[in-house]
Design a protein around this ligand. Structure first.
Ligand SMILES: [Fe+2]
Length: 366
């Protein structure tokens, strides 16, 4: 993209198409101490109080800068690079390409934790891996005093749910969720009945003395792409029909209507929801339901297939951070009589990881 001038107007030339930049767009971007607070990058003026039809009185374009004088007497010098950056609405995160993976994945993105980790370049690398693969495992994370809360709040801030600020995953009497038993958990996403669904789950292994209880992960993105390719009709109906997810216990009733596969505004993968014990399809025409049930069975079969699932054992100090909108997680059965198995979990949202990643990118000039 190129910036060009003609008759006191500024144009951008993109793929041979030349279009004028609105003078007000430039006017509200004036920089300098008088107009912008350097630290916060917030405006020191209110653009809604300016005259809308502000005109340009003088322009000067050099290789790297555009100098603009407006008829209200304000002059500014803008870096061309910054103007071009604003042409794209893609964030740094969207530019990180997702990497599809299945059971053949060998590298589980392990990173060793240390005290200064949150401010290090290594954290940037870990977060980049997280956005590529949907998960990352930190090792040697302190296990005392619910350090998990500290960890989550050092990336961003904890997202509290009805399970509390954080939750202890171990078998207990009268559980309100199967997670709190020693039963196997087939791949599922957490909290599909919440609106919005918590974005990221953090699971921290405190103790694990049992021989079973392996953690399992499946890439919902890979499975979705496979379904789209091999069973387009199933893909279509699962991206189309909103179903009701619900959670009920003594103190709360949570319900959310959503598709099992949600797409973004460009019809690209956005999120999967899968928890077949608490999803309720509305009463639709018989033929539509027939197709829906076939599609749900197929995606369930793919999610549970050995072809897509990775299995690994979390050992004390391991902390798994996974994308709850992209991955499914579960665990294999274990025998509670063999010893202790104790994990702690909590959620954070995408603004936490995005904010940290962008901060580290800025800090290390990446
Ligand atoms: Fe879960």
């Amino acid at each position: 993209m190129k910036i060009e001038l003609s008759e006191n107007k500024v144009f951008y030339n993109h793929n041979g198409q030349k279009k004028e930049i609105h003078p007000f767009w430039l006017r509200e971007r004036v920089n300098g101490d008088k107009y912008i607070d350097y630290k916060t990058q917030q405006r020191l003026f209110d653009p809604t109080q300016l005259k809308e039809n502000v005109e340009i009185s003088r322009l000067k374009l050099s290789e790297n800068f555009l100098e603009v004088s407006f008829e209200d007497g304000i002059t500014t010098k803008m870096a061309i690079e910054n103007i071009i950056k604003e042409f794209s609405t893609d964030s740094d995160i969207k530019l990180i390409k997702k990497i599809k993976w299945d059971s053949k994945l060998k590298d589980f993105n392990y990173f060793d934790f240390n005290e200064n980790f949150f401010e290090e370049k290594l954290m940037f690398d870990a977060l980049t891996k997280f956005y590529q693969y949907g998960f990352v495992i930190f090792r040697k994370v302190p296990t005392s005093n619910n350090f998990l809360v500290n960890f989550a709040n050092s990336i961003g801030s904890i997202r509290r749910t009805n399970f509390g600020e954080y939750f202890d995953v171990k078998s207990k009497p009268n559980p309100n969720d199967l997670a709190y038993t020693s039963l196997p958990l087939t791949p599922h996403t957490d909290n599909p009945y919440r609106n919005p669904v918590p974005c990221i789950q953090i699971l921290h292994c405190i103790e694990n003395e049992v021989s079973g209880g392996y953690s399992t992960l499946v890439d919902g993105y890979t499975v979705t792409e496979q379904l789209k390719n091999d069973f387009p009709e199933f893909y279509e109906i699962l991206t189309e029909i909103k179903i009701r997810f619900q959670f009920i216990d003594e103190s709360v009733v949570l319900e959310s209507w959503a598709e099992m596969i949600s797409l973004d505004e460009n019809k690209q993968f956005k999120q999967v929801r899968f928890s077949p014990r608490l999803d309720f399809v509305p009463l639709l025409e018989k033929s539509k339901l027939e197709l829906f049930y076939k599609a749900r069975n197929k995606i369930s079969e793919l999610y549970k297939s050995d072809d897509f699932r990775i299995e690994f054992k979390l050992t004390p100090g391991d902390l798994l951070m996974m994308d709850n909108h992209r991955l499914l997680h579960g665990r294999t059965v274990y025998d509670a009589n063999e010893g202790k198995r104790f994990l702690q979990g909590c959620y954070i949202d995408y603004d936490s990881t995005e904010g940290r990643l962008k901060h580290l990118k800025r800090k290390f000039n990446l």
